[in-house]
Design a protein around this ligand. Structure first.
Ligand code: ADP
Length: 273
């Protein structure tokens, strides 16, 4: 299973005075099991990139396939594959709209045409997965929760779709450190326990370096770096600085990776700070 972007270009407002090419010649394969971080300065094309992964945007030129199926097509098979790619946007609480938490989480699975029993099973399982007790929360309004809890509901809604891929665009924006921990614990659990391939857009290098095993750096709609986070943070700092990405000191990153039990012994540090 993989998402393949084959020579993608995307232009907003084609033929208008506001025409803007946001992605240029992007070719990348996101393999099953990866935890891919995407970074880049504001306007580098991150949001445009991730909106191609489940067919929210169709490439102006080039092709996106999920598990071998072109997701721009209007077939049932393409629709099925689009549903395999869960998407959590910035401020996902804005995606909540049903009266109760259980109904909100059930919305996606119902749309898949699943029977009531299967929908109920998925809602219960998704709530348990994100740590929301069913009896306490199912009938409550999603709008009276804390920011962190609202995001849990939004993530439960995606979990209930049983996706192969999960795309998150700045999922911790606006949360306090506690809320951030909560959300990232859920994401790591999804990746590790449910084998969900994660694509995370973040400007927070700490979050990226402790979770991602691959990192793509975008600049002006192009991929300028693609590799292991530590390698990029260690050997390509000058590129990151050129494209306007803040990088914490290498020593901090190494500590972070060590704390996560990752082997950094094979790395040769080129920057001593
Ligand atoms: P990022 O997520 O990295 O901040 P975006 O993908 O949002 O970058 O934007 C990439 C480029 O496309 C920017 O120059 C932005 O101004 C432009 N852009 C984004 N959305 C639109 C839109 N709806 N219409 C026109 N231009 C857009």
């Amino acid at each position: 299973m993989a998402i393949v972007l084959d020579n993608i270009t995307y232009t907003y407002g084609v033929g208008t005075p506001f025409e803007k090419t946001a992605l240029k010649g992007i070719s990348v394969t996101i393999e099953n099991g990866e935890f891919l971080g995407i970074i880049g300065h504001t306007g580098s094309g991150k949001s445009t990139f991730v909106q191609h992964l489940n067919g929210l945007l169709h490439p102006t030129t080039g092709k996106v396939t999920v598990n071998g199926v072109d997701v721009s097509e209007k077939t049932d098979e393409a629709k099925h594959m689009r549903h395999k790619v869960g998407m959590v946007f910035q401020y996902p609480e804005h995606q909540l709209f049903e009266e109760t938490i259980a109904e909100d989480i059930a919305f996606g699975p119902k749309n898949l045409g699943l029977d009531a029993e299967e929908v109920d099973r998925r809602v219960r399982e998704a709530m348990a997965f994100v740590g929301l007790d069913y009896d306490t929360y199912a009938e409550r309004s999603p709008f009276h929760l804390s920011g962190g809890q609202m995001r849990r509901v939004a993530i439960a809604g995606v979990v209930a779709m049983e996706p192969d891929f999960l795309v998150l665009d700045e999922p911790s924006a606006g949360l306090d450190p506690f809320g951030r921990e909560e959300i990232f614990d859920e994401i790591i659990k999804l990746h590790k326990e449910k084998d969900v391939t994660v694509i995370l857009v973040s400007h927070n290098m700490e979050d990226i370096s402790r979770m991602a095993n691959r990192l793509i750096v975008l600049d002006k709609g192009q991929i300028v770096l693609d590799g292991k986070p530590l390698d990029i943070f260690n050997h390509h700092r000058h590129v990151l600085q050129q494209v306007g990405v803040d990088v914490p000191p290498v020593s901090v990153l190494i500590e972070l990776l060590r704390n996560r039990g990752l082997d950094v012994s094979n790395e040769v540090l080129t920057v001593d700070d």
